[in-house]
Design a protein around this ligand. Structure first.
Ligand code: NAD
Length: 359
């Protein structure tokens, strides 16, 4: 089969980690008989430098002509002080998610067995294993509601952010989460704040309706404050966790911390139509850019997610994940995951080792 993949290499370590992921795809292509066509797309700080805007005209259209998008990372201190939106790299991230209709953000947090000592939780907690997937609603809620600032008569300035969710928005993310739970261990926790928020009460009502339809999935409601506690007390209890935008933003970062390094974690953002967007959860790491120090594993595992969720290539995705585990099991580490006194290898060597397991 032939797949067309948009590559947004971006800034900082983005080009280095995407470069290794591309080589992994080429190796998979040879082994499994697929063709990959790559289309380079300029976005982020590098686009500001080249054409004066972080999100050049036609970016979304070029992506839509592809089967999937792989993004390295965008941003860096060079562009950190700009005030006009088109001169800010983050503007491009919000624009592309909106233009591609990417309403579901999938954030797996799995403790890779070879790295269980990197887990900051108690040893017995880590030993029970952590393998969960947070499904975060990405295009609704308080981050997209009306923002206001106004002067009051007696309380100084006041600000407000509106949080709204419709049944349609809740149902489509809910369906994604139930379907994913079916593909995994068949458990779904829906996180809300239904004891306080009306949006959460609607959220819960829709989720309960879906739970009846997906009666083969073991469903539970969890209040967000309890979810934050349970994630550090006993994360092994969770399989798929679905939640709204802001709760998901916070909980997914919490979940990533318990697995060790951000250099290891992939993510996917998907909508109802192709292309989905796949990216490591880390940023452009300007402090180590261009030094062959970045861990390429998060980006390589993002490719595995792309194969699994956009292309339904489960065997290819499994092969990549197993290759990563095999290299880690042999003790190879980049600097971010090396223990004290442990030798570290660079981005390129890590990529080569993973590919050697795929041949
Ligand atoms: P960061 O994730 O770039 O870096 C945080 C720390 O983790 C740094 O010490 C960095 O060296 C390290 N790190 C990150 N990825 C690593 C990897 N693959 N291997 C080894 N070490 C790694 O976060 P930050 O410093 O807050 O942000 C830097 C820039 O990235 C900012 O401009 C920010 O806006 C941008 N950013 C972009 C995205 C994105 O493109 N999706 C996401 C987050 C941050």
């Amino acid at each position: 089969m032939t797949f067309k993949i948009a590559l947004i290499r971006g800034d900082g370590i983005g080009p280095e980690v995407v470069g290794e992921a591309v080589k992994v795809m080429e190796t998979i292509g040879k082994r499994f008989g697929h063709q990959f066509e790559f289309v380079d797309i300029l976005m982020g700080g590098c686009a500001i430098d080249a054409v004066g805007t972080s999100y050049p005209d036609g970016t979304a259209e070029k992506c839509k002509a592809c089967d999937a998008v792989l993004l390295g990372a965008v941003g860096g201190p060079k562009w950190g002080h700009a005030t006009q939106p088109e001169k800010r790299p983050e503007t491009a991230l919000l624009s592309i998610r909106k233009d591609l209709g990417l309403y579901a953000n999938l954030r797996p947090a799995a403790l890779r067995p070879a790295l269980s000592q990197a887990c900051p939780l108690k040893k017995e907690t880590a030993d029970r294993g952590i393998d969960l997937m947070i499904v975060r609603e990405l295009t609704g809620g308080i981050y997209f509601g009306k923002r206001e600032r106004y002067q009051t008569e007696d309380r100084g300035e006041e600000a407000s952010d509106r949080m709204a969710y419709s049944e349609l928005e809740i149902e489509r993310i809910g369906r994604r989460a139930f379907e994913l739970a079916r593909l995994r261990r068949g458990k779904l926790a829906s996180v809300d704040k239904a004891n306080v928020l009306e949006t959460s009460r609607l959220w819960r009502q829709v989720m309960h309706r879906l739970a009846e339809e997906y009666s083969d999935v073991a469903y539970e409601d969890v209040l967000v404050d309890n979810a934050a506690m349970q994630l550090v007390r006993d994360p092994g209890q969770f399989d798929v966790v679905v939640t709204e935008n802001m709760f998901g933003d916070i909980l997914s970062d919490e979940a990533s911390m318990i697995t060790g390094s951000i250099g290891l974690l992939p993510s996917a953002s998907i909508g109802d139509q192709a292309p989905g967007l796949y990216e490591p959860i880390h940023g452009s790491a300007p402090d180590i850019a261009g030094q062959d120090k970045a861990n390429p594993i998060a980006t390589i595992l993002s490719v595995a997610m792309m194969f699994r969720y956009s292309f339904q290539l489960a065997a290819e995705a499994d092969a990549i994940e197993q290759a990563v585990d095999a290299v880690l099991n042999e003790g190879w580490r980049t600097a971010d995951i090396a223990g004290p006194g442990e030798p570290a290898i660079g981005t390129i060597q890590m990529g080569e080792l993973i590919r050697s397991k795929l041949k």
